[in-house]
Design a protein around this ligand. Structure first.
Ligand SMILES: Cc1ncc(COP(=O)(O)O)c(C=O)c1O
Length: 418
């Protein structure tokens, strides 16, 4: 007999599917192009840092093994604030205490939505988009409104049109626009400066929050474009999210700058999600960001770039030439789309790729399970538009040699379907 508590779980448990990426993380294949896992981790540096902490634990242990402030350790915020000022030209509104440390930037994405959304509120984003943001919108009772993106990322004119149609048809102003400004997940695209400015102007003119998720900000192979946040002189329209996961280590630590108005309620929300992010890991990262990151990153970027180059070479040589591919200038991902609309990259992966030891993430995972959509020629809002012919292929985790081998196999298998 099913116990009554199980029979009546929260409604979202019936709507929200298991995360495709969490499911795929469980596979053990040779050619792993699946999750966005960093393949270069600062192991030797961490040995040094941990020894340093161990040597000082008698004095600092009482603080770093304890509960800390919900919004994070001030000493870490000072280091991060200085780094963002120096490298990205950002000023932290009232000083470093305005940075919020979270348990991964995933927690900030969730807490922001949890704080912003009333039932049926609308969030505008690209189609496809990072599934860790798309799915919580639905889970928390909001509506996703997607617009097309090209190989430069989300297209501002379509965002503008989506806002107009949302006002006209749903009689509401979207609550937020979500963008991944560089090396997008899943498409690997980077927004040009002109689009960044246009998106900021759209957000400010329409008085909508712009959520700038800069998860791959430090994993850049070319000179980085200033963040959208830089236009937000009054700290009013842009929530700026960063994470240590891709650039340092997956210690579950994100850092954000939010407009004053939403900062206090978001921290209140975080207090109920986890009380605080562990002080111990914050201390490790404080030392890492203060003394080591530039040296380690310089080496890691060379490795990631080599892996990106290997993947590009194999896409050009072996993938169907009538398909389309992004050319990432950083981050962890390529996006490849087969020309044939009817191609199902999920089915193909189960039937052809996995038996050949190859794993990627089928593109369908990055489309909302329900919601509205706008396309270039539309004059009304349409229902959800899902495409199955795309795939996200990650170059971050395995060696260049493994990429060369695995991508040849994948390319040849795809040729048979083109
Ligand atoms: C675009 C984007 N945002 C946010 C996250 C969450 O990162 P974390 O919670 O590890 O900080 C990820 C992780 O893959 C991501 O790709």
């Amino acid at each position: 007999m099913v116990p009554p508590y199980y029979d009546s779980l929260a409604e979202w448990t019936e709507i929200v599917p298991e995360s495709e990426i969490r499911r795929l993380l469980l596979y053990n294949v040779k050619y792993y192009f699946g999750g966005g896992k960093p393949g270069c981790l600062p192991i030797d540096t961490f040995k040094t840092i941990l020894r340093q902490i161990a040597n000082n634990l008698d004095t600092i242990g009482i603080d770093i093994l304890n509960y800390g402030p919900t919004s994070g350790l001030l000493s870490l915020k000072e280091v991060l604030g200085e780094r963002m000022r120096r490298n990205d030209g950002l000023t932290i509104p009232r000083g470093p205490d305005d940075i919020i440390i979270t348990t991964g930037s995933q927690q900030m994405l969730y807490a922001l939505l949890d704080t912003l959304l009333r039932p049926n509120d609308v969030i505008v984003m690209a189609r496809p988009s990072y599934l860790g943001f798309v799915v919580p919108v639905t889970k928390l009772g909001g509506n996703v409104l997607t617009v097309p993106s090209d190989m430069d990322g989300i297209i501002p004119e379509h965002v503008e049109k989506a806002i107009k149609l949302c006002k006209k048809e749903l009689n509401r102003i979207p609550k937020a626009i979500y963008v991944v400004s560089e090396s997008d997940n899943p498409k690997g695209t980077t927004l040009p400066e002109k689009r960044r400015k246009a998106l900021f102007d759209i957000a400010a003119e329409n008085e909508i929050l712009l959520i700038e998720d800069a998860a791959y900000r430090e994993i850049q192979f070319e000179k980085a474009i200033p963040p959208i946040k830089k236009f937000d002189k009054e700290n009013k329209w842009v929530a700026y999210l960063r994470t240590s996961s891709k650039e340092a280590a997956v210690l579950r630590l994100g850092y954000s700058i939010l407009p004053d108005e939403i900062m206090t309620p978001v921290i209140k929300d975080k207090g109920y999600l986890d009380l605080c992010t562990p002080s111990f890991t914050q201390k490790i990262l404080e030392i890492y960001y203060k003394y080591h990151i530039d040296n380690v990153l310089a080496d890691n970027l060379k490795i990631y770039q080599k892996r990106r180059d290997a993947m590009k070479k194999m896409i050009d040589a072996y993938f169907p030439s009538n398909g389309s591919s992004s050319t990432p200038t950083g981050g962890f991902f390529f996006w490849f789309q087969m020309a044939k609309e009817s191609f199902d990259s999920g089915k193909f992966m189960e039937e052809k790729a996995i038996p050949n030891d190859v794993l990627y993430v089928p593109g369908k995972a990055f489309y909302p399970i329900k919601g509205y959509s706008v396309n270039a020629g539309d004059s009304i809002l349409h229902g959800n538009r899902i495409k199955t012919n795309g795939m996200r292929i990650s170059f971050s985790f395995v060696s260049s040699q493994t990429i060369l081998e695995g991508m040849e196999i994948l390319g040849k298998l795809l040729q048979k379907e083109a």
